[in-house]
Design a protein around this ligand. Structure first.
Ligand code: GLC
Ligand code: CA
Length: 545
């Protein structure tokens, strides 16, 4: 039987605001994406996931949608989008949309009607509730740390719920009409030829109750809305009413997921795959998460990563996305072994089980900003968290920013993509971009310089992607962890036809590793090999006889 496309192909995430600006107005756009399809094809990508391109006031860069049926004019028109699907299809690339349904923008028609008229049917599309004396309806606080309730202006003691910013009011999935609205949106895009959906904060959409939550700094109240039965039922309903009629798939963004819940999402059919976040947050200090990072050790990354490889039959495997700092800056080496470490991470990622996600810029070793200051920050979350850190730790704004910038500032991933070493890294023709350019494009961290260097990170990605695309073992084999030195990622991928052994040194030390002579080297990130040793960040894929 032929596997579904999402199990065969590598997915590349585009953050449209920062990908390529075709009309030089400072914002990336759809025509910019179209102009880079050949690049993506050449890279070996089979599916593109677009972060939101719908109409939006961009308070959370598009994760606040004001009209699901139109394209934000900054990005282009619906015709441009149709053209993107057509041009992608010509190259056998499928398009995945971001489905943001936990909340809308406060500028959405539904919410504006709900505010205008207490008796409007749209009031029940959201959570409007009376306060508790002088306090909000409950003690929940948001994912970005501030309160979850905003007062309704001009109404006595009335609030609405928002798990994220106050410009992102939460939708009420107890309301049948809301469920139907989402079904119509799904149909609309599937009929246009969209292949699937990445479902934003999907395991939070269903609020079982609005009771007070247990004490927590962030996401207080989450026991009332995380992984609820109602969430499974809602997704299964989408499946039955809409999705089953199409060749499509859903990948869920599921923060704080457990193996039990993850398996339930898969076995119930509610999701086809999901993202876990244990490995993504492995660098934050256990006791003061978010505010302080710890020094990288390979085991911090590998333990959670491998745990998830072992406990679920399929997963969305990734090291980066638009919400994380750059992976080489976090898990690799940014000085002497920069290239080796970026290639080692590429080998790790592309040898894992599941559907592989590559985030724009990751394929040529993009690093964090080196010199960002608070005033240059765009990220709405960073601003809220800085505020909270200032209050809790009694720090100045600059000191609080310094901590948050090194741990959770999402802007690091959102700098304009550097296509070459001309002005603004070739993101556009010179107009000031919406967010600061990462000046490292001048030092070779750009696409063109990488393409011209046969030993570059980008060329290694290409080689590794080609290898995976041609390897049934990497795509479909089982994953078996091998006990080893804690600086090594050592694991087996295996089908009944072939066994591969992957060994990657994730440190800048030389490490002894004796592999028997029955094995043949298929791929490596160094040009030569030294018997029984792995040099800093050296990675090797062996074929076992
Ligand atoms: C998801 C998105 C993030 C956004 C949040 C609220 O976590 O990835 O960028 O801010 O949801 O929609
Ligand atoms: Ca533009």
């Amino acid at each position: 039987m032929k596997e579904k496309a999402f199990k065969e192909r590598i997915i590349y995430q585009i953050y449209p605001l920062s990908f390529c600006d075709s009309n030089n107005d400072g914002y990336g756009d759809i025509n910019g994406i179209i102009s880079k399809l050949d690049y993506l094809k050449d890279l070996g990508i089979g599916i593109i996931w677009l972060s939101p391109i719908y109409k939006s006031p961009l308070k959370d860069n598009g994760y606040d949608i004001s009209d699901y049926y139109s394209i934000n004019p900054i990005f282009g028109t619906m015709e441009d989008f149709d053209n993107l699907i057509k041009e992608a299809n010509k190259r056998d690339i499928k398009i995945v949309m971001d489905l943001v349904i936990n909340h809308t923008s406060n500028q959405h028609y539904w919410f504006k009607e709900a505010l205008k008229d207490k008796n409007s049917k749209y009031r029940d599309y959201y959570y409007f509730r009376k306060g508790n004396g002088k306090k909000p309806p409950n003690n929940w606080n948001g994912a970005f740390s501030g309160s979850c309730w905003e007062k309704v202006e001009g109404e006595e003691n009335m609030y609405y719920l928002h798990l994220f910013t106050k410009e992102q009011p939460d939708l009420n999935f107890h309301n049948e009409e809301v469920v139907k609205e989402i079904e119509n949106i799904l149909k609309f895009y599937l009929d246009k030829g969209v292949y699937g959906f990445r479902c934003d904060v999907i395991n939070d959409i269903y609020k079982t109750s609005l009771d007070n939550g247990k004490f927590r700094f962030f996401s207080r109240g989450k026991e009332h809305y995380e992984n609820q039965e109602g969430c499974f039922n809602t997704l299964l309903r989408f499946r039955k009413e809409v999705l089953n009629n199409y060749d499509t798939f859903l990948v869920g963004e599921t923060s704080a997921i457990t193996p039990k819940m993850g398996n339930k999402f898969l076995s119930s059919g509610a999701l086809d795959l999901f993202f876990e976040f244990d490995h993504a947050f492995c660098m934050s200090n256990k006791f003061v998460p978010i505010f302080k990072k710890r020094k990288f050790k390979a085991k911090y990354l590998l333990k959670p990563l491998f745990k998830w490889q072992e406990v679920v039959p399929w997963i969305g495997a990734y090291l980066e996305n638009h919400d994380q700092l750059r992976s080489v800056s976090r898990f690799g080496n940014t000085s002497k072994y920069y290239k080796e470490s970026a290639k080692a991470l590429a080998m790790l990622l592309l040898s894992l089980k599941g559907t592989i996600f590559i985030y724009q810029g990751e394929e040529f070793g993009t690093l964090n900003y080196q010199d960002l200051i608070y005033e240059e920050t765009n990220d709405c979350m960073t601003k809220e968290v800085v505020n909270t850190v200032q209050n809790i730790l009694h720090l100045s704004k600059d000191k609080a920013f310094k901590l948050v910038n090194e741990t959770v500032n999402r802007d690091h991933a959102r700098a304009p993509i550097a296509w070459d070493n001309t002005i603004n890294g070739g993101f556009n023709l010179g107009h000031k971009p919406w967010i600061k350019v990462n000046s490292l494009y001048k030092e070779g961290i750009n696409v063109k310089d990488n393409l011209n260097d046969s030993n570059s990170i980008l060329n290694f990605y290409k080689e590794m992607i080609r290898f995976r695309n041609n390897s049934d073992t990497l795509k479909h084999g089982e994953f078996i962890k091998v006990k080893s030195n804690s600086n090594l990622a050592k694991f087996i991928r295996k089908t009944n036809k072939e066994t591969l052994l992957i060994v990657i040194n994730l440190s800048s030390k030389v490490i002894k590793d004796k592999e028997n002579n029955n094995i043949k080297i298929l791929l490596s990130n160094y040009k030569d090999h030294i018997k029984d040793k792995l040099r800093p960040y050296e990675g090797i894929i062996y074929k076992v006889n």
